[in-house]
Every structure is written in C-alpha cells, then in structure tokens.
Ligand binder design. Structure first.
Ligand code: ATP
Ligand code: MG
Length: 365
C-alpha cells in the first residue's frame, strides 16, 4: 500500500496540512509539541479507522472547532482509492471512495499501518490484555473477518458471565454456553497461533539485525491442556473440558476464568522472560523488531506492506542500534513516516522526503 497524499483539517493542532510522502522514508522533524505525533495519528486513523492515543472523538477535534477531517489518497493493489474520516458533533463517518464503509469490509484489505511509538515500550511489561490486543490487531490486519469472530466470542463470553452473576445456574444452560464459547474460542486460538508462527522467524531475523546476536522468542501461551493439542476440533474439546472444570470456580467468582481471554503472548530474550530480565535498550529493540515482524507478516499475507509509522523512535537508541534499525528498515523497503526532534538524529536515508513541523503547519524542505 502506498500513501500518496494525506490531508488533515481541524485535527488537533493541525489547522490545514497537506503531506505528500515519498515512496520510501518521509521524515517529520520539529521541536516538542509542534504536531509531529498528531500527523502520524491522522495517518493512522485514516488507515486503521481509530486513533492510537484516544478513544474519545472530541480529543481529535481542534479546540474550539466544530469538526475535523482527514483524507488519504492511497494506492492499494494497484488501484487508487480515497479514504475520508469526518468527525463532527461527536460522530465519525468513514468513507472509501465516497461511500460509507465498515471496518471489517473486505474492500479495506491491504489498507493499514503499523505504528511504533513511545507507549509501545510498555508492551513486554504491560498487562497480558495489551499483548493480546497487539496480536489481535496483527491477525485482523491480514484477515478482516477476524473482527466478527472476536465479536462473536466476546458476546458469548459476556452472556456466560451475566449468567454466572445471576446466582444459581441452570447446568444445561451453562453447558450450551460452554459449547458456543469453546467453538468461538478455538477459532481465536487457532488464528492467533498461526500469526505467532509467522511472526517468530521474522522477529528473530529483525532482532538480530537491530540488536545483534541474542536468542529471541515469542510464544502464544494458553492453558497447558489447550497448548497440548493442535487441530481446531481438539482445541474446541480442550476448551469445552476446561470450561466444565472451571464451572465451580467461575460460579463463585461470577466470571469466566478459562479460555483465550486469559491467554498471553510471551516475549523471551536469551531464554528468559523479557519482561523480567531484559534491559531498557533490549526491550526497545525487541518491541521494534516485533513491529517490523508484524509488517513483514502482513506483507506476506497481503502481498504488500502497510505503512510504517515510527514516532520518536530514534531518541533512546544508541548510535549503533539506530544505524542498524535504519539498515533493517531499508532492507524492508516499505513506505514510512518517521518523526524526530533533531533532523541529524537520523542517518542519511536514500530518497528520503523531509518536512519541518512547526505550530501545526508543515513545510517541505
Ligand atoms: N484537540 C486539540 N486541539 C488543539 N491542539 C491540540 C489538541 N490536542 C493536542 N493538541 C496540541 O497539539 C500539540 C502538538 O502535539 P504532538 O503530540 O503532535 O507534538 P509533537 O510534535 O509530537 O511533540 P513531541 O516531540 O513532544 O512528541 C500539543 O501542544 C498539544 O497541546
Ligand atoms: Mg510526539
């Protein structure tokens, strides 16, 4: 996918900006608080349909303004398309080529972005829910129907939890929920496993490139009974059995404590859990490598890479890692938007397009 032009109006501190990125790297440089991250957020929202910083639409609209608009001219699968996100009076409208479109529409396949920002550094040490969210986004990027599959699972889970909270539970009714939950849950486990299998070799290769030799790993962790089996049918059985075994505890606690909603994505470095043993710099390289692995996975599944957004990535890497990172990126030959406070923090990038960001305005250099 190629982003040919991005236009934002009334978006946070961006009065009216037009960005025409190059086919490779585009650098957005400027001092703190000028609007660099706001531009990445506008691009991400146009391509992924939601912000990475807030779930409240009013945060995105320039203070004192009635609404905000972001438009992206893209080329995907050799077809030129236009995306438009319009926010006004607390409502968001998303248009593809002028027609309203839903997030899970197959027309959007191939449109997307992978973001690395300062908040991502928390990933290895964050709650498991954040790592599941990362993984689910990677699955969804390559397979839109996953959105519905997750919704189905969540709906059944919510109903089962409501039933558990209502008091003494009818065993037949609970068994029917267990069956539905096991079926929907198995689909999620299988898709997440497939994605992790595809991420692992790419993570190893990219981490080696950025950080040098060190064994790195990523594993999808479920209950051992679920981990012990492979096929979807077997996973359904393992989940069904597990849910049955958990009924008493679930009834006591009033929620479902077994299933993919409790699974985790474990990151390892040199044979140890990264969240417990890795240094700050190693964690940074690990998360970066994971994001680049996601990008490569999506390129493989979709036949073209999503847009890479690197927010403030250079600031905390030492010089050698920074150089290796940009070498690794050049090898990926994808389109990227990179923010940086000092232009000379980045090594020379061939064919790079530069923009200075100042007071919410853009100037091509
Ligand atoms: N809804 C809004 N309306 C107007 N201005 C806003 C809105 N939301 C945020 N801002 C302002 O946008 C400015 C730029 O924010 P942004 O995060 O893009 O800066 P940045 O260039 O990435 O800075 P840094 O280098 O510190 O990361 C901030 O000063 C912030 O106060
Ligand atoms: Mg910023």
């Amino acid at each position: 996918m190629i982003l040919r032009e991005l236009r934002a109006r009334g978006w946070r501190n961006l009065a009216s900006v037009v960005l025409q990125p190059g086919p490779g790297a585009t650098v957005l440089f400027g001092q703190n608080g000028q609007g660099k991250t706001n531009i990445l957020e506008a691009a991400y929202t146009a391509l992924c349909f939601r912000s990475f910083r807030t779930s409240s639409l009013s945060d995105l609209v320039a203070w004192g303004s009635q609404g905000a608009t972001v438009e992206a001219e893209i080329t995907v699968r050799a077809i030129d398309r236009g995306l438009k996100i319009q926010i006004s009076q607390g409502h968001k409208v998303t248009l593809l080529d002028g027609k309203a479109v839903r997030r899970d529409s197959s027309a959007l396949l191939g449109i997307g972005a992978v973001l690395f920002g300062p908040e991502d550094l928390r990933l290895p040490r964050a709650a498991a829910a954040e790592r599941r969210r990362f993984l689910d986004r990677a699955v969804f990027g390559g397979y839109r129907p996953y959105f519905r599959e997750v919704l189905t699972f969540e709906r059944v889970l919510k109903s089962r939890n409501a039933l558990l909270r209502r008091g003494p539970v009818d065993a037949t009714l609970l068994a029917s929920y267990d069956e539905k939950l096991a079926e929907a849950g198995a689909r999620i486990v299988i898709r997440r496993r497939e994605t992790v299998r595809s991420l692992l070799p790419r993570l190893e290769a990219t981490f080696r490139q950025i950080h040098g030799e060190a064994a790195v790993g990523v594993r999808y962790r479920s209950d051992p009974r679920v981990e012990a089996v492979d096929s979807e049918g077997e996973v359904v059985s393992a989940l069904r059995d597990g849910l049955r075994g958990h009924r008493e505890a679930d009834q006591r606690r009033g929620f479902t404590g077994f299933g993919p909603q409790t699974d985790d994505l474990e990151l390892e470095l040199a044979g140890h859990l990264a969240r417990e043993h890795a240094s700050q710099g190693q964690l940074r390289s690990l998360v970066l490598a994971l994001k680049l692995a996601e990008l490569e996975h999506l390129r493989e599944v979709l036949g073209e890479a999503p847009l890479l957004l690197l927010d403030d990535v250079a600031s905390e890497l030492d010089e050698e890692r920074r150089r290796s990172l940009f070498e690794a990126m050049a090898a990926l030959s994808c389109q990227s938007l990179i923010t940086v406070t000092e232009r000379d923090h980045l090594p020379p990038l061939s064919g790079c397009v530069d923009y200075q960001v100042s007071g919410g305005a853009l100037r091509r250099c």
